[in-house]
Write a protein that binds this ligand. Sequence first.
Ligand code: GLY
Length: 376
Amino acid sequence: MLKASCASDRGPILVGTWSFSLAAIESAWTALGGVSVSGDRPEGDSESSSNLLDAIELACQYADLDLGVDSVGLGGLPDSSGRMSLDGAIMESPIRFAGVAALRRHVHPVSVARLVMERTEHTLLCGDDADVFADRHGLAARKLLSDDAKAAFETWEASRQGGDGGPLDQRTDGALLGLRPLDPGLGSEKAGRLFRPNSGREGAAPAGHDTIGVLGRDIAGNLAAGCSTSGLPFKVPGRVGDSPIAGHGLFVQPGVGSATATGTGELISGICASFVAVETLRRGGTLLDALQEVMRRIDELGPLRPHHQVGVIVMDAAGNVASGAFRPGFLVATRDEGGGRVSGPDLVHRPEDDGLPESAREGLAKNDDPEPKDDV
Ligand code: GLY
C-alpha cells in the first residue's frame, strides 16, 4: 500500500469548494492544528489521521448548518416531492472510505459516513436504512427543510407544468440561466447563494446545485477529503449525484494526492472526475495536467446545457493545490499557515462561456448579480 511518504514541506492545509467554504474551513482549522503523527494515533487506528478527519468533518458540519448556503444541509433545496435528501462522503484512501446517500432525517452526511467507515466494513449506505444506522449510532434526527427552502419549493411547484425531473425536464435554455452556479464571492450580501432566482424568466424559483468539497493535509503528510450536498434542487426523488461515491465527488490516494469535484453530479460521475484527477497525478502528471484531463473529458461528453458546471480542486502529496472549472463562476477557499483566503481557479476551461446559447439571450431579464472576482 502506498503510504503518505512525502516530506512535510507544505504544512497543514484545508481547501474547500466555493467561497462560502472559507468560514467552514476556518472553523475547522483549530482541529487540524492539533496535528496527528503516526505515534499519536489511537490504538488500532494506525492508518488514519483522526485530527485531520475531525477537521474535514467539522468543516462539512459547519456548511451543513449554514442556512445561507442553498445547496448543502439545512439551507439546501428539496426534491420535487418537497422532501430534503442529503448525500456525503469521507475518504482517507481507497480502503478507508464511506459515503451515505439520501438521508432524510440527519443533517450531517459526513458524520454518518465517518461512522460507516470506522464502524463497519461497508462503503455506502443509502435511504431509510442510512438514517436508521445514524439513529443506532446516537446521531440526533432533525427536520431538514428550512422555511426558505420550503418557500422556494412552493414557488417552483407553482411554476412547474408537469413532469418530475425537476428543473431539467421543462426549462428552456434561457430559463436555465439562473441555474448555473456563479459564486458572488464573500463581499456580496448573497455570499453562499450561488444561484440567481428569476434571472431566466419571471416566477422561476431558485435552483441549481453545488457541493462543499474539502481537501485536507496534516503536517505528517496524511491526506483526507469530505463532501456534503443536498444535491440537485427539485431532483427526481431518489436521485443521487456524485458526492457520496468514491472517485466521483472525491478521491484520495495516499502518497499521490486528492481531489474533490462540485457542480453537475451527472457529468462528474460520468467521467469519475476525482479519480481521473488523482490518477493523472499518479501517472506522473502535474496538478495542471490533472485539471486539464478532467475538463477535456467533460468537453468530450458533448454539448452541455446552460446550467452545467464542474469545478475541481486537486492536491498533490506535498500539499500543493490547484483548481479548475469548466466555465467561469467558480471560487475556492484556502486555509493554511498563511491565513484564510478566497481565490479564482487556476484554470477555466471555457473562459468566455457563460453557458448560454446565443438564441437564448434575447428577452432574458438582466442579471444583477455581480460577476465573481478573482481575489475576494
Ligand atoms: N455535485 C452534487 C450533486 O450533483 O449532487
